[in-house]
Each structure stands twice: as C-alpha cells, then as structure tokens.
Design a protein around this ligand. Structure first.
Ligand code: PEP
Ligand code: MG
Length: 557
C-alpha cells in the first residue's frame, strides 16, 4: 500500500477498530466584530431570544441525558447545567442590555468565564471545552444553523476530531462509532472517560490527524496508541478479530490476579465512597488499593465530624468484608481543593501545600481522620491500611507512620514525589508498605502538568525516567520484604501492568472496569517474561520505544 502510514498518539483505551473516518459537523464560525448594535427598543426581545436559545439547548441536552446512563448521563446533565448557569446567562444578558447582539454576547460571556476557569486551573480548566461547546450550540440556535455534533454514520466508523466536547461523546452508539481519536486531549479528558465507559478503543493527542480526510479507512490500535492510514485490509481485519477474542477472554476473567506461572499480583480497585466501593465489589478485584477520601468531601464547607467520617469509612470497609482496603488520608489542594481547609493563595498549587503537607498547619484535620479510620476499623474488626499522599522525605514518612501506628493501624505512604522514589530504601524503612501514584509521580518527574493536553507525550507513565524510579522503589520494597503497589492510571494498562510486575510491583489498583483486562493479560505471561522485558525496557530512551518493546514481548492485544 503506497499510502499506508502510521500516526502516533497517546493510548487511552485498548483494543482495535477498523473502518472509515468520520469528522464531527463544523462548529458555527461567528465573528462578533461583524455584529450590528441592537437598538435600545429591541434589546428586551434580543435578551429573550438569547435566554430561549440557551433554554432550548439545555432542554435538548437534558432530554438526551434522560435516555443515557452512567457517565454519559452525568456529562450531559453537567453540560445542560452550564447552559442554564445564572452567572453566564446574566453576563450575556448584561451585554445585550448594552446593545450587543445575542450571538456576540454568548461569545463574549463565554470568553469571560473561560478566562476565569483557566486561571483556576485543574478540573475547572477542563470545563472550558464544555463551556465552548455550550456557546457553539447556543450560537448555532441563534443564527439558525444545525446544532454541531457527531454524525450518525451508516456503516461502523472511526470518529476523528480535534477535541470532543463531552456532550458530543456522551450517548454515542458504540455499534456505529467503533473508536475515538483526537488531535488534542489527555488521558484524563472527558473523551477518555466516555471511551472507557463505551469500551471502545481511544487514542488522544495524535499528531497529523487533520491530514486524514473523511472516508479514509483507518486502523486504530488503542493499546499501542497508533492510527494506521489505509492499512492492509486482511491484516487489519485479523487484528480486530484477535482483539475481540482477547476482550471476550478478559470479560470472562474472574481472578485472583496471578501470572501464568502462579506469581500472585493483587488486582485492586480505586474507589471514592461507599457507593463506588459497593459497585467495585461486583468486579473481579481483591479489595481496595486506593480510597480517595477527599473526593467524598469536595462539596463540604465545614469539616466532616469524626462520626460522619467513621460511617463513610465503614461503608467502604464493609463493601469488601475481610479483603484488603487501603485508605488514603485527605489529598486536599491543587486540583482537589477542599473548602473547609483554609489554604494559602499559591502560584503553583501542585507544588504547594497539598496532601499530607496540610497537616503542618492543621494537624487536627489529619488527627480526626485517623481517629475515624481507627474507629471504623474497631467497629468492623477489619485492619485497613492507611497511607498519606504527597510525602517527600523519610522524616515525613516516619512522623505519619507514628500517628497511624499509635492508633493500631498499618502505615504506608504514596510515592508521588521523585525525592521519595530516589531515597526509597530510607523511606521504606519507616513504613509497612508503599503505593506508587504514577499520575503525580509522572507529573513531577517530567515537570509536566498532568492536566495539560499539550504535554500528553511527557505525562506518560511509559517514560523510562518514571519506570526507573518505579524500579528503584520496587527494589527497595523487595529488599525490605514490604509490599509495593501501583495505584495511578498506569495500573489500568494491561501491557504496562506486565512491565510493572517485571519491575517488582506486588499489586495494581485502578478503576474497577480495568481489572479484568489487566488480570487476564497477566494470566497469559510468565513472571520471567515480565522480568526480562522490564530489564530491556529500563535501558531504552523514550516512551514510544518502551511501549513498542513491551508490545513485542507480550503482544499488543
Ligand atoms: C496518583 O497521583 O497517581 C494518584 C493515584 O493520586 P491522584 O490521582 O488522586 O492524585
Ligand atoms: Mg496523586
């Protein structure tokens, strides 16, 4: 095939899909500078035209939400909420009252809010895509063109886009759209979340995507992170069929986690509260490897009491009976600010007073949480493990472990800061276990914001520098005879899981939906194969070579 070539991106959801490319409908292009001034006696009508358009858009999104479920329904409702946001509608109406035409007012009001969201950073900055999507839908309604969005193709197709708004992807029919590929976006973007829920392959941050014309046949490999243009049809079909067989085998996997030669690897779930823990217990997992306690308190303006917290921790412990539950103390700050924790105004919140550092100024918050965990443990008769986020020194690890052990609990830390990975033996001596948070460890090792879609090739846990730090931690764990888990997104990648096990990681914790694919993959490889491949990979210089070497060693399905 003369024209066949491969584009590379960041893999998000594994599997293969093959079919013609489709692009979403054009977004309306509206130049506010060409808008005429609205005469003063027409401004009231113009305001009503705007509020009606916003209400129509919100109504349509809510209607779609009522037919969707899970993450799709949540995403559609959240986007509808933006179209109904009083602040945004107020800002646009204020501009119309001064003579700005409705579409121009929608554009200007969105710009104001987008600037504010971007300044706030983190999760708020991620909402800018949603806000721009609402703007485009309202402008389309006002200027009388079709609402932008994803076409319904006649044959199963691969959806390509610059970036996908959540409302575009929510409710997609996976029998019509068989894979998602975007030029922008990171592994934590909405596109990625929806692709995971739909179970369709997804690759983001693909360079050169714009060169693919609609109708061009492509083969998407969501495990390797590639898009092959005009591939050999027979090979492509065979690849897709093989990936379906592997997916079917994964769906039937029941655990427990072990390599084909019987080496045990704990397959655990990341949870956020009692409800998500109960849901997780229905997946083939052997317990909870990361309970992100701060997520249960994001909306609280006052600190939760010890009794309230005890109830919450019991719910999670009870969902898993006598299985392992690892509770993380509050990781407040940065992208997860908690309103009841007074935090300094910081230029670099990711490098600021977050996680365990909060206890320096507010020891009572951490003490109350540890008291509540101890109470939940006593009531239930379980022995949950407790770990602190954002530990940077052996002294911090010692101080935390002292507090935890004083309450009769098992003490550990998260390895998220390169400093503790480098000094792993000294830190390991202070605690009973560690769990590597590869999301933050990658961000801090590569000096690249984990939320930045422009830096997706750096915020990649396959970066050999990150793998070298993980190897150092696992070596220290083995020498001390202490467990070393991984609880970042890396633990959801079946191929990377094999490498992590080869490096000496003893358990993997991720979104419960990832458990079966990871467990099934580990069941097809030997521990020697894992060790051999990881030794080779540690000697490589870049993430793409590391991934390719793993795919060569373990197969890309
Ligand atoms: C991590 O950093 O990898 C991690 C698991 O913590 P969080 O994603 O909650 O920051
Ligand atoms: Mg983290």
């Amino acid at each position: 095939m003369a024209d066949s070539h491969v584009l590379n991106g960041t893999p998000v959801v594994g599997g293969k899909a093959y079919g013609p490319a489709v692009w979403p409908g054009e977004r309306p292009v509206y130049d506010p500078s060409t808008a005429p001034t609205v005469a003063s006696d027409e401004r009231e009508v113009e305001t009503k035209r705007f509020t009606d358009a916003a209400a129509t858009v919100a109504g349509r999104l809510r209607e779609r939400a009522s037919h969707a479920s899970g993450a799709a329904a949540e995403v559609l409702s959240a986007t509808a909420g933006l179209a109904e946001d009083r602040g945004w509608i107020g800002a646009a109406s204020g501009l119309i009252a001064k003579g700005t035409a409705a579409p121009a007012a929608a554009v200007a009001a969105t710009e104001q809010f987008a600037t504010m969201f971007t300044k706030l950073g983190g999760l708020m900055a991620e909402r800018v895509t949603d806000l721009n999507d609402v703007r485009d839908r309202v402008v389309a309604e006002l200027v009388g063109v079709a609402e932008p969005g994803v076409p319904e193709p006649d044959v199963p197709s691969v959806l390509l886009a610059d970036d996908l708004a959540p409302a575009d992807t929510a409710g997609l029919d996976p029998t019509k759209i068989t894979a998602l590929v975007t030029r922008l976006g990171g592994p934590t973007s909405h596109t990625a979340i929806i692709a995971r829920q739909l179970g369709i392959p997804c690759v983001v941050a693909v360079g050169g995507l714009a060169s693919i014309a609609p109708g061009t046949v492509v083969l998407v490999d969501g495990t390797a992170g590639t898009v092959e243009v005009d591939p050999d049809p027979k090979k492509a079909q065979a690849g897709v069929e093989e990936s379906r067989r592997v997916a079917a085998a994964a769906a039937a996997w029941k655990g427990p986690g072990r390599t084909s030669d019987g080496k045990p690897v704990g397959i655990l779930a990341n949870v956020a509260d009692g409800a998500s823990a109960r849901t997780a217990s229905g997946f083939p997992v052997e317990g909870v490897g990361l309970f992100r306690t701060e997520l249960a308190f994001l909306d609280r303006t006052d600190a939760p009491t010890v009794a309230e917290q005890t109830k919450l921790y019991r719910e999670v412990i009870d969902a898993f009976g006598d299985q392992k539950v690892v509770i993380r103390t509050l990781d407040a700050g940065s992208d997860k600010p908690l309103k009841f924790v007074a935090q300094p105004d910081e230029a670099n919140p990711a490098l600021g007073v977050r996680g365990n550092r909060i206890a320096n100024a507010h020891p009572e918050i951490r003490a109350a949480q540890l008291d509540a965990i101890a109470a939940a443990a006593k009531e239930s008769g379980a022995s949950p493990w407790v770990m602190a986020p954002m530990i940077a020194t052996a002294a911090e690890a010692r101080e935390f472990a002292g507090e935890v052990r004083a309450r009769g609990l098992v003490a550990g830390i998260m390895v998220e800061v390169p400093a503790v990975a480098i000094l792993a033996p000294q830190v390991m001596a202070e605690v009973d276990f560690v769990s590597i948070g590869t999301n933050d460890l990658t961000q801090y090792t590569m000096a690249a914001d984990r939320m930045s879609s422009d830096l997706a090739s750096l915020t990649d846990p396959w970066q050999p520098a990150v793998l070298a730090l993980i190897a150092n931690v696992a070596r220290a764990g083995r020498a001390a005879g202490k467990p070393v888990g991984v609880c970042g997104e890396a633990a959801a990648d079946p191929l990377l899981a094999c490498v992590l096990v080869g490096l000496g990681v003893t358990s993997l914790s991720a979104a419960p939906a990832a458990a079966a694919a990871v467990g099934a993959k580990l069941g097809r490889v030997t521990s020697d194969q894992c060790k051999l491949a990881s030794d080779t990979i540690l000697g490589l210089a870049d993430a793409a070579s590391a991934r390719a070497a793993a795919a060569a060693a373990f197969g890309s399905n």
